[in-house]
Design a binder for this molecule. Structure first.
Ligand SMILES: [Zn+2]
Length: 891
């Protein structure tokens, strides 16, 4: 384990590598505790690098068994004789040949002892790897940096009984039994040069399903998905999603798959979601396995999105990779943008957009407002594993989306083509990428690029005035951005504001301007106003009545909007805006205001605030014939964390929870009839289909059920129990169980027990069972979580299980994680310290639950700070946890 002796890595210190590795031939003899890894590296000095520099290959906890230079074996005991140095963390040649040479190294590693799940490790009985960001150095000594691209040939050898399936990147070129033994081998060759973080191997006894795909140009590709034996039928949806993703990338981006085979392996022990290794994606099995009886509609949607995301990386990430890890958003932001667009095409675009923005705000906005705020392209890091964040991924995707909005679809796709043409087979930077669009659009994107270099969520303030005599409507736009760690002053961003003027009952008013406070013809035609200065005034002419401005349609920029719309204006937008996103947004804004007022009342010792108009508007929406998935979003209240973020200081999570409950209860009571009518109207269709239409009906039906239960516990419990007992699909069963767990009593415990008994052998369902209990917003939950950690089904070694229990408690239970006595903070801090020894990456992720501690009321803030301090001061912390603890505390 690397500890805190590491120095910060800085973007400005980037230097090209002094040596390149053209070819890497691996020979891996798999063994549970003593795997032998032989590598033969064809190394040459980089003509652009520093001549006569030392060659330093990265390692991490390695033991070299044999080293040979151009065939000559070097004495490992007498390193001075060959002017070198070997430690577990580096292999150094101080005076390597200044011509192409061959370096052979043999190491021995213990995959069974690898609890970090980085490098080569075991998931159940299978061998698998995870090398991004810096895991390859735990397998062998190498130039472990993304700008060193090599052609790999990998020979794998194992006992046939232990690992009948042997996979690596690229195409299989040979395989067979090894005569006279119980062993076999397979040789894989990947013709595409790649950085070592994309290396992968898998060995094990897995069940497989196969499919075929013929690319546009006629290449026949064999598709394989490999899962635990017996789970093969649960991989069918992932296979279908993969084929759709392959077709979509050809149709929309003109990108074809480039090998003869594409494999996906699902493993149960995985730190992240999935990994795009060239030709051999390795997945957390929760993003592969699904059946109607074990997966919810949300699970299906995630599988579709993650399968597509990893596949899309083949071009955006693998064929063109990142020059260094500061450019992580180059592959991640772009690929998230691509998978969002894919999901929008497969499902309802407005509903997808609402879901994406909910996620962005919940995760990225809160990160951007707290101590862990960082640029989409960071300029320094202590531990790169801590930068796989929603800022790099989700905000990175929003930047690409804004770029497309600003330059238009045509220029965007031409810019993408240019990017693929210019940089295919290389390691690129954000500047390289942006230059393609600047060249195509003939536009200077320097200021736009500030989105990559300035952290924080900009605030967009808008004021309006209407002159009835002159029939003009004026908007005053202003932008600002609060300081973030290390950045006190912010320069103006380029903010695209998609805009409409809604005349109540009469649709959109055509946009016309002129004179000093005008908009350009292009802005009027597209409805996209650009704000690139601190302030801008625009006056619209020929406006016959006072309109309601519909601002940031489709959420055209990741900013916080401050516009004092009246309640009547919001009701107009809910009912009439032609932009679905802003209909939803108006309802959210209204609900957020109500909840904020209620929180203030509750803290003043008064009753929660009530508003009949809002309840009536929601009732009308439920009664419309609109897409049920959309209606479910409109009536879905903002989360408690969203309200906390809006309040922004002196936050009391208990008051927020009470306000939230009170509003849900109000809706349930006042609209019970409408909600029940919707519940019965939307009765499930058979057979189950995970498609957007039926999934949307279930979403609305289950939202109605939850509101009914909030308004009338007895009625809700009876309905939920009936649904729980009668349905066989996980979406409906789990939704019913969620409702039941919010009602204290024996019924809840019985339902939880019945659920466990029914799904005991389905680990992904049992994760849900753990997660649900950890999120119960009541006093006894911490004791329940502690007890569940002793449950026979719990294991700290499985990241999914740990995230389900401890992760849900920290991230999805605001009142108990933030309990007024500090017990929640102490629990998570203690767990982080225990876990750090085994799996620092997962421990650091868990600790980032403290990302919003600054905004809490003073007592909780001091308790949270003390818990963080306890972590930061602990002896022998990993670099991962130390980095999160120290950045969280720096204020
Ligand atoms: Zn990715």
């Amino acid at each position: 384990m690397r500890t805190d002796t590491a120095k910060p890595v800085r973007l400005k210190d980037y230097r090209v590598p002094d040596y390149l590795i053209g070819k890497a031939d691996l020979d891996v003899k798999l063994h549970p505790s003593a795997t032998r890894v032989g590598v033969r590296l064809a190394i040459r000095p980089n003509p652009r690098g520093c001549p006569n520099a030392a060659l330093v290959l990265d390692g991490d906890g390695l033991t070299a068994k044999r080293i040979a230079l151009d065939g000559q074996v070097l004495d490992l005991q007498k390193t001075a004789a060959w002017n070198g140095f070997i430690t577990p963390d580096a292999l150094t040649l101080n005076a390597p040949p200044q011509r192409p040479f061959i370096l052979e190294v043999e190491t021995e590693i213990d995959p069974s002892a690898n609890t970090q799940l980085m490098g080569l490790y075991r998931s159940g009985s299978a061998y698998c790897t995870q090398c991004e960001a810096e895991g390859f150095r735990r397998i062998t000594y190498f130039l472990d940096r993304p700008d060193v691209l090599s052609v790999y040939t990998v020979r794998l050898e194992a006992e046939i009984g232990e690992a009948p399936l042997l996979l690596s990147n690229g195409n299989k070129i040979a395989s067979g039994k090894i005569g006279g033994t119980t062993r076999h081998f397979a040789i894989w060759h990947d013709p595409y040069p790649k950085p070592c973080y994309l290396f992968a191997l898998v060995g094990g006894g897995l069940g497989s399903i196969f499919g075929d795909f013929t690319t546009r140009s006629g290449r026949k590709v064999k598709l394989g998905i490999h899962v635990e034996h017996g789970k093969e039928p649960q991989a069918a949806y992932a296979m279908d999603a993969l084929k759709r993703a392959m077709k979509w990338d050809e149709r929309v981006y003109g990108r074809e798959y480039d090998l003869d085979i594409f494999n996906i392996v699902a493993v149960s022990h995985f730190n992240m979601g999935a990994m795009e290794n060239k030709g051999l994606n390795i997945f957390n099995d929760k993003y592969v396995l699904a059946s109607p009886a074990t997966a919810t509609d949300t699970d299906y949607a995630h599988i579709e999105a993650v399968i597509a995301h990893e596949y899309f990386h083949n071009w955006t990430g693998n064929r063109i990779t990142c020059r260094d890890w500061f450019q992580l958003c180059l592959k991640e932001g772009l690929t998230v943008f691509r998978d969002h667009a894919f999901s929008a095409d497969m499902r309802s675009a407005p509903v997808r957009r609402i879901g994406d923005v909910r996620t962005l705000r919940a995760q990225q906005f809160s990160e951007d407002a707290g101590p862990l705020a960082h640029n989409v392209r960071p300029e320094t890091y202590m531990e790169i594993n801590n930068f796989y964040t929603s800022t790099v991924y989700e905000k990175g995707a929003e930047i690409i989306r804004m770029l497309k909005v600003l330059i238009g679809d045509d220029a965007f796709y031409k810019g993408m083509d240019l990017y693929f043409a210019r940089y295919d087979g290389t390691a690129a930077t954000i500047e390289d990428f942006i230059a393609c669009f600047a060249d195509i659009a003939g536009r200077d994107l320097t200021q736009f690029s500030r989105w990559y270099s300035q952290a924080g969520t900009p605030l967009l303030e808008v004021a309006s005035s209407y002159d009835a005599d002159a029939q003009t409507f004026t908007l005053d736009l202003a932008q600002s951005c609060k300081p973030t760690p290390g950045q006190d002053k912010k320069e103006p961003f380029v903010i695209p504001i998609a805009l409409g003027l809604v005349a109540p009952g009469a649709g959109d008013i055509p946009l016309r301007t002129g004179g000093d406070a005008g908009a350009s013809g292009a802005e009027l035609a597209s409805g996209i106003i650009e704000l690139s200065s601190p302030r801008r005034r625009i006056t619209f002419r020929d406006v016959p009545c006072r309109p309601v401005p519909s601002l940031l349609r489709g959420f055209s920029a990741p900013v916080r909007l401050d516009y004092a719309a009246s309640e009547a204006d919001l009701l107009t937008l809910i009912a009439h805006d032609s932009d679905s996103f802003n209909r939803w947004q108006a309802a959210q804004t209204y609900a957020t205001r109500l909840l904020q007022r209620s929180v203030a009342s509750i803290r003043a010792g008064e009753a929660p605030y009530r508003d009949k108009d809002f309840l009536a508007a929601l009732g009308t929406v439920i009664d419309t014939n609109a897409d049920p998935a959309f209606v479910a979003q409109v009536i879905g209240l903002p989360g408690e964390a969203d309200i906390a973020r809006e309040i922004g200081e002196d936050v009391d999570p208990d008051a927020i929870h009470r306000a939230h409950d009170a509003l849900a209860e109000d809706i349930g009571k006042e609209r019970q009839e409408t909600l029940l009518a919707a519940y019965w109207r939307l009765a499930p269709e058979e057979p189950y289909s995970p498609d957007a239409g039926p999934a949307g009906r279930r979403a609305l039906r289950n939202a109605a059920l939850a509101f009914v239960a909030a308004g009338d516990k007895a009625e809700g419990a009876a309905l939920a129990m009936r649904q729980f007992e009668s349905t066989s699909t996980m979406t409906d069963k789990f939704a019913a169980l969620c409702v039941l767990t919010r009602i204290t009593g024996q019924e809840r415990e019985d339902a939880l027990q019945a659920f466990y008994a029914a799904y005991e052998n389905e680990p992904l369902v049992i994760d849900k069972w753990f997660a649900l209990q950890a999120a119960i917003p009541e006093h006894g939950t911490l004791a329940r979580v502690r007890a569940l950690m002793q449950h026979k089904a719990f294991s700290c070694k499985n990241p999914n299980r740990l995230r389900a229990l401890a992760g849900s408690f920290a991230a999805a239970n605001p009142t108990q994680f933030n309990a007024g006595d500090g017990s929640g903070y102490d629990f998570i801090a203690g767990l982080v310290l225990d876990l750090d020894v085994k799996n620092p990456q997962v421990a650091a992720r868990l600790l980032s639950a403290f990302k919003s501690w600054w905004i809490l009321e003073p007592q909780r803030r001091s308790l949270a700070g003390a818990a963080l301090q306890r972590v930061a001061c602990a002896a022998s912390l990993s670099a991962d946890v130390k980095d999160i603890a120290e950045r969280s505390l720096a204020h």
